[in-house]
Design a protein around this ligand. Sequence first.
Ligand SMILES: Nc1nc2c(ncn2[C@@H]2O[C@H](COP(=O)(O)OP(=O)(O)OP(=O)(O)O)[C@@H](O)[C@H]2O)c(=O)[nH]1
Ligand SMILES: [Zn+2]
Length: 210
Amino acid sequence: MPSSAVSIRSEVQLPIQLADGTEASALVYSFRGLSDGKEHIALKFGEPAAVPLVRVHSECMTGDVFGSLRCDCGPQLEESLKTLREEGGYLLYLRQEGRGIGLYAKLDAYRLQEQGQDTYAANVMLGHGADERDYIVAAQMLRALGVGRIELLTNNPQKCKQLSGLGINVAATRRTGVYSSAHNLAYLQAKVRQTGHLLQLGPAGQDDQG
Ligand SMILES: Nc1nc2c(ncn2[C@@H]2O[C@H](COP(=O)(O)OP(=O)(O)OP(=O)(O)O)[C@@H](O)[C@H]2O)c(=O)[nH]1
Ligand SMILES: [Zn+2]
């Protein structure tokens, strides 16, 4: 369960340029006492509503930084930043690279996917869990920010379930757009099939972008 010992360590303004060239400003928080000892951060945009919009984003260096088309993380992050700038709210950036298995192991999993394994089976073949994430630190960060009730921006029912189980009131959820292409269609299909992600997938590249 979230520890009450977690507190805000620092806050600082961060001007941001979004992919479309427009600018935003966020307050970036660091934390003291998070249970896994990692450097997770939260970004606050504008004046969040009484039930703030929250994106809990799992780190994906290849997608978030380099624009990898193997997954949908980059466009989901971009969409989240735009929506949060417009509506106010929080983005929690969780250091859960590769669904918790780490960057190198994720790259190894990509090799296995090239040989026909799906994204979950590849993790298991490497000796990892299919999805090793939990959302304990997310709940700790929200509590430290004084946020106990949220609207969650996600297609992943597990995030809602786990956060609720950790005492965060997920009053509503909002789906992100669907960002599919020939490169990530099999990956997105596996997410729908195996973890119940709420994505409506048409033929590659023809899905709604919002
Ligand atoms: N192990 C592994 N991790 C991946 C792979 N593709 C993306 N990831 C990681 O998966 C995480 C993102 O998870 P997703 O399943 O895309 O989305 P989600 O966070 O469950 O759900 P949303 O809230 O809807 O985005 C990030 O940590 C990525 O680094 C892959 O093929 N293998
Ligand atoms: Zn990704």
